[in-house]
Ligand binder design. Structure first.
Ligand SMILES: [Zn+2]
Length: 270
């Protein structure tokens, strides 16, 4: 009896940190946040598959935690959905489309934008920050290096009125190890990934654009337009270390074959 009481006390004290515990994140939805077509995939893999077209997915990830909903990345702007044929981006190198809006997918799940308690973006490229201001009340977690990185004409990349927590490294969002922002600079100065620990699925690392598709991950290729090549390589090595230590899965946001094989709402990972 005394042993059981002791175990219960220890259990309460460490509940949040125990993998598989019911206290942490318990649902992860993969949302369709856009499609990208490129005529030349060597844009991301210098010298490899030159002139070969590629289709990319663009996902957002909605995470349920007992303390509230958390959104990772916001995709292309919902407004793009109004133009079914999409539009061009990156000086014509890319064609971007949205067949569903983020707002519509949240609505189908019964989640109102005001229900999003906190959010984070992997980085500030347009296919990731398109709908940040759909959630003006949500605490935004972003690396200080990304926040202070000047945008076009030196303008801020962020709305100054949006509540923000500036990070200089990793952050355990709910203090229980189930939703952890991992600093992975290189693609951009303040790029970050997200580690999600689910009771049944285990550890997933959401890539952001630390890598764009599986062949580039397998060969550790760095796109030429990344802000820092050495940091990019170091961040991929760091992610690989985490995956090995946690026996985790890497979910590559833009890898369309991987995305196509994943469960879609109303199904979720738990
Ligand atoms: Zn991207």
């Amino acid at each position: 009896m005394r042993l059981a009481v002791f175990a219960a006390a220890v259990g309460i004290a460490t509940l949040g940190a125990v993998p598989g515990s019911a206290a942490g994140a318990d649902k992860l939805y993969v949302l369709d946040c856009g499609h990208i077509s490129a005529a030349d995939q060597s844009r991301w893999s210098p010298g490899i598959n030159v002139g070969v077209p590629i289709e990319l997915s663009d996902n957002c990830y909605l995470i349920h935690h007992p303390q509230g909903w958390f959104l990772w990345d916001t995709g292309l702007p919902d407004a793009i959905a109004a133009t079914p044929e999409g539009s061009t981006a990156a000086n014509g190198a890319l064609r971007v489309k949205r067949t569903k809006t983020l707002a519509g997918q949240l609505d189908e799940l019964g989640v109102k934008p005001a229900d999003i308690k906190a959010m984070a973006i992997s980085h500030t490229h347009p296919d990731h920050i398109g709908n940040v201001e759909l959630f003006p009340q949500a605490m935004l977690y972003v690396q200080k290096a990304e926040y202070e990185w000047p945008g076009a004409d030196g303008a801020s990349r962020f709305n100054a009125n949006h509540p923000v927590t500036l990070l200089e490294g990793d952050r355990d969002v709910f203090d229980d190890g189930s939703v952890v922002i991992i600093s992975t600079p290189g693609h951009t100065p303040g790029h970050q990934c997200l580690l999600v620990r689910l009771p049944k699925t285990g550890v997933i690392v959401l890539s952001g654009d630390a890598v764009h598709f599986k062949a580039n991950w397998d060969n550790r290729r760095v796109p030429p337009f990344n802000s820092d090549k050495d940091q990019s390589a170091a961040s991929m090595a760091h992610i690989a270390d985490i995956l090995a230590k946690e026996n985790g899965q890497l979910w590559i946001n833009h890898d369309k074959p991987q995305t196509d094989a994943q469960k879609k709402p109303p199904e979720f990972y738990d």
